[in-house]
Design a protein around this ligand. Structure first.
Ligand SMILES: [Zn+2]
Length: 217
């Protein structure tokens, strides 16, 4: 609901024109730049036929986590141990799985997998369970392949969930601040031209890999 408000505010900002008191741009996240969702390179990172709730989406309200360089991303509420599948093919560049579920803090306890895609962008799968990765650094993973299991580690606000975000470069090498997140939508669910919406639940549908091969999941 609050996201709808921010869209309205942006509309006001655009329509206000000269002479009106502008709304401070710094108070509004610009959350645009999505490609065609039907041909998105991404699929939902969970099993075909399952559905999860988006607790936090792109451009969070102030006080929440998806802002600034990290403004594009999704938090899918799911029980600890839910299988996580690659949203896009790539090569694993980072695995951290040493932390334990319930080790919740703003920094320092996140279990993550980072996968770099062929165009240099990356996807980060966050808050995974202890020993929750089934891939290792250097592994090549196909879209839809099992990569790990979700958990409740790190900056979760003590809500077990998967954080998924795409970034312009490899945050495990260059730092998250140097690799701004990117708009991400998904071709195997309901229409999502502006990405998934906070407060919605999205079912993963069967999909084809690019090239017409059937999905693995
Ligand atoms: Zn998140």
């Amino acid at each position: 609901m609050r996201r709808v408000q921010s869209i309205v505010l942006l509309g006001v900002l655009v329509a206000a024109g000269c002479g009106s008191t502008p709304i401070s741009p710094s108070s509004i996240e610009t959350c645009a730049g999505f490609g065609e969702w039907q041909t998105s390179p991404y699929v939902l990172p969970y099993a075909v036929g399952t559905s999860y709730f988006v607790d936090q989406g792109n451009c969070s309200p102030p006080g929440n986590g998806h802002t600034g360089a990290a403004k594009f991303g999704y938090d899918f509420l799911m029980p600890i141990g839910t299988p996580i599948y690659a949203a896009r093919a790539g090569t694993v560049t980072m695995v951290e799985e040493s932390h334990f579920d319930g080790q919740v803090a703003a920094t320092g306890f996140d279990n993550v997998i980072v996968i770099q895609h062929d165009d240099g962008t990356t996807a980060l799968y966050g808050h995974l369970t202890h020993d929750g990765a089934v891939v290792g650094v250097g592994d090549r993973v196909l879209q839809g392949a099992l990569v790990g299991h979700s958990g409740n580690t790190g900056n979760t606000n003590n809500k077990p969930h998967l954080h998924l975000s795409a970034a312009s470069c490899d945050p495990s090498a260059l730092g998250t601040a140097s690799c701004p997140t990117l708009p991400m939508n998904f071709r195997n669910t309901a229409a999502n031209p502006q990405g998934l919406q906070r407060g919605g639940s999205y079912t993963a549908l069967a999909f084809e890999l690019f090239g017409g091969k059937p999905s693995l999941a």
